[in-house]
Design a protein around this ligand. Sequence first.
Ligand code: SAH
Length: 345
Amino acid sequence: MDDIISKDLIELQEIMKGYGESKFRAKQLFEWFHKKMVWNYEDMTNISRELREKLERDYPIPSIKIVKKYTSKIDGTIKYLFELKDSHIIEGVLMRYKHGNSVCISSQVGCKMGCKFCASTLGGLIRNLSPGEMLAQVYLMQQDIKERVSNIVMMGSGEPLERLELTTRFIQLINSELGQNIGQRHITLSTCGIVPAIYKLADEMPQVTLAISLHAPTDEKRKSIMPIANKYSIAEIIQACRYYIQKTNRRITFEYALIEGENDTREDADYLGELLKGLLCHVNLIPVNKVEERHYTSSHSSSIEKFINRLSAYGVQTTLRRKLGADIDAACGQLRNRYIKERGE
Ligand code: SAH
């Protein structure tokens, strides 16, 4: 948690103590960062100039800004590209629903998980994002639309359970009553299935909604599209999910990208139905987004329909992901890749 934005109130109090300042200053600083979303010491008028200068010298605020914005004419979805202090690019999405605004954020620059259908992983992992950099995406989108964000999904680039402590700090900060006060129940975290971290998450953040990227009903098939399947089996994932459900009593989402000829047959649906029947969960089917560098294509609508019907025979609830921003579409990580190419890297 190197940057000052990633610090919690207690850590800020420690810093203030070091300057011989009162605890109250830490609260003021925290509110500037997280309630007013002001990331510029100069504007913090209730803090003395002297202290602001010291903070500027010792704890410079990481710069992050919006460099591109694509707005859907169909449904108002906005895709953003942000530039970080070291000029890396990350992406976020704002979606408008009847029940409020929802943002999708990235947790890492790139990703090392290597899922075969995903654009975020093409250049590997570049670096983790600090909790502050995760927050910045939410705050910048919120400020840009001048409306409150009510839900957050961690489904952008990166694997949020790879460095669980960064993700939990982010959640802690966004939860804070002194900040945006977005409750854990309004946060969904999507993982490719880092089993030990699922147990920890269930213990530490039992109200967060968990989504598991399953994408295949057997280990053999999963291994062929998701390298993480070599490390953790589906049985281990399901066991961790049972623990999560027992601890939290919350329904789990299984994401399943339908890829033509790979994982969309009747047999696949049967395996999946057998695997998930009776579990407190639902399956979110996503027709796979075509990624230029990959050869996978989405299942036909007739096979999607059959797949859904087959699953419902097992009593497994299914939703088909609604496609938002179809006119500005770009799968996970694609916008970033395109922008970097244009920039000539
Ligand atoms: N690493 C996390 C979160 C990021 S990906 C995870 O694996 O869950 C968010 C979701 O988008 C995951 O379910 C991922 O598998 C899915 N996804 C990635 N590329 C996709 C594509 N081309 N088409 C459809 N879904 C995709």
